[in-house]
Design a binder for this molecule. Sequence first.
Ligand code: AQP
Length: 331
Amino acid sequence: MDKKIVYSGIQPSGSLTIGNYIGALSNFSELQEEYQCLYCVVDMHAITVQQDPAQLRKNTLDILALYLACGLDPEKSIIYIQSHVPQHTQLSWVLNTITSIGQLNRMTQFKDKAEKQKEIYAGLLNYPVLMAADILLYQTSLVPVGEDQRQHIELTRDIAERFNSRYSPTFEIPEIMAPKVGARVMSLQNPKAKMSKSDPDENGYILILDDPDTIRRKIKRSVTDSEGVIAYRDEQPGLKNLIEMYCAFKKTTPEEVVEEFKDQGYGALKEAVAEAVVEGLAPVQERFREIRGDKEGLEKIYQDGALRAQKMANKTLRKVYKKIGFIPFSS
Ligand code: AQP
């Protein structure tokens, strides 16, 4: 039997945070044995907010190198760059014609991002439709992403079901696969908002590539509360976030962390969290430096990945075009 398909992507809209790492990237490699995985750098998503071209190029290659540094194996997984596979935008156009504007307007991420823009462009509103195309093109069963993407996956399922019932079964209906711990890492400065790579306050996030002193400094400065009690509860969101970060890196549970630190102050917990993050990221950072320096090696991987992805994507796109009544064209 063919392996089930896993699909995920990360935007090169900045340098990756430990939110991206804990919520998504760190879970990718273990899926490679059981599933056929596709991991994409979604550069077309990134341009839904303005990007500096040189920075976009650098961020794209950085993410590719981070994929490999986190254990993705190009022999097992298809690793590629979204703009190298035109079928994503081709399918996205078709899906736009069966997606209601009302539904897109209700997307939380759209509302959050639109608030920060002087002018709102159509690409930002249509972002989730492109994401639906990314997923549906490959007949994906599972999408490993953070909790912030749940609404987009629900929309993807709606769109797929609409297409399937209007024409005939065409798309696999995908499911979200969010991690148990760390599905929503929060900002260190505002623990009610998610940690984001495009946060203008750099003390709000920790980058995967931050050096140890920066990591320690940011965690030391993180916002907690004045309760003075180590507990894992919603009323202490800053502390809750730190405990979850610790759990993600140390593979332990919040209850065990509370037990371990209950007689100590916030300072001791912060120090332990910082050391866990520094230690957890060190091997990834080391491998990243080696891989990022090998420009030709990276190029070979994304070229090969794009060809393999195009082949799979074309199969679905042909079916879709035929079902909606487009005249087949063979070049
Ligand atoms: N704070 C987070 N906690 C857990 N998971 C997270 N992810 C992002 N932030 C957190 C997960 O990372 C993957 C890649 O995300 P993305 O770059 O495609 O888009 P995003 O969710 O919009 O991430 P950012 O960091 O917030 O980017 P910007 O600031 O550019 O919008 C996804 O699986 C996501 O769930």
